[in-house]
Design a protein around this ligand. Sequence first.
Ligand code: PLP
Length: 449
Amino acid sequence: MVSYRCPKIKTRLPGSKSKRLIARDERFVSQSYTRTYPAVISHGKGAYLWDVDGNCYIDFHTGIGVCSTGNCHPKVVEAIKNQAEKAIHIPSADFYHEPVGRLAEKLSAIVPGKTPKRTFFSNSGTEAVETAFKLARYNRRKPRTIAFIGGFHGRTMGSLSLTSSKLNQRRFFAPLVPEVTHVPYAYCYRCPFNLSYPKCDIECVKFIEQEILQKVAPAEEVAAIVVEPIQGEGGYIVPPPEYLPRLKALAQKYGILFITDEVQSGMGKTGKMFAMEHWGITADIVVVAKALASGMPLGACIASRKLMSWEPGSHSTTFGGNPIACAAALVTIQLLENGLMQNATRMGGYIMKFLKGMMKQYEVMGDVRGKGLMIGIEFVKDRKTKKEAPELTNQIAYECFKNGLMLLTCGKNVIRFIPPLTISQRTTDQALDIFERAVEKFQNKRKVR
Ligand code: PLP
């Protein structure tokens, strides 16, 4: 067994090499990226990342939820190498090639729903969402779309119009695509209607029917509802059991296309291939990216053959469906099906139990939620007022970084755990220990008595 002696932080952070490289980066690279940590990563293996100064971190970040099979999984690397030796680029727009057809066939089989499906491939999540947006309009010839407050769908103009997660993502970019109506999501911990589940009778879905479709967006003008089965960037928000089935039924009742954005929640992270499977629903259009190809850039928009029968040239791409990315995706799916999703369920349960235990001690942990290895911890000033604690959240995340655990935040005050699905119990224990010590350090005066 390889011993990585990790995590190990052996320099002050950032180390001297990192500092030099960061200085150059700041001069020449767009400063719109949200770099949280001053770390210049040189390489990664499995659940570990190394920076250029030789510091080693446990990776609970996975490149924003991408490296679900771990960084550089040998089987993924092999598939990439093999394909790279044959052809690096074959435009799926102009030529047929085997990996793209095989992958589309596989997606048709694994995306929930019995009808045979077709896939449009892109390079990223945002492009996959653009595809879904356009496909809905193309089919329905209707101008309106319903999306959700707190939702994140990407940053190109179409997907940005659906996004409403943080103001800095939208500020100064208007006018966006018109006729997108944002409605409250089922955020039970902070119910937008001030109700509590289950007494609420899922008011957030009733509201769409009784208020939005009656007073704002006539149902006959609405092409699609676009929803994340679990809100990701918005704060790892898991809706209650009835929510998605009721939303889907509402869409069906009015002939509105139901689009699920599984860019973050899909590809095994939650213990099922697609998060929507936890609620037993199907969608008219499904969007995936991120973990689909273990880090090779690939997005996919999947819909029934009937919906995806737009005319040649109506939507296309130069790079989307790149053969190397498709080869990596085929292996990724195989790995997910052959044990990694089970490990996500197992280790997710283990982490959740640990965090629920921590909640008994730490008042600032307002809520812990998630499915499989997609877990969010919401930090508050105290449990009674539930006042958000963004500063504390960032302090804890940064303390974890300083001790060798790479994490990401989301929403205003949530730390997310998205480790690779290959994670072992030993590494998980190390990560949880670092996390607990960080929480302890910043809030030990406010323990639950
Ligand atoms: N949709 C969801 C749910 C996402 O979480 C993201 C990215 O975080 C996107 C779409 C956009 O994906 P990308 O950054 O690959 O464009």
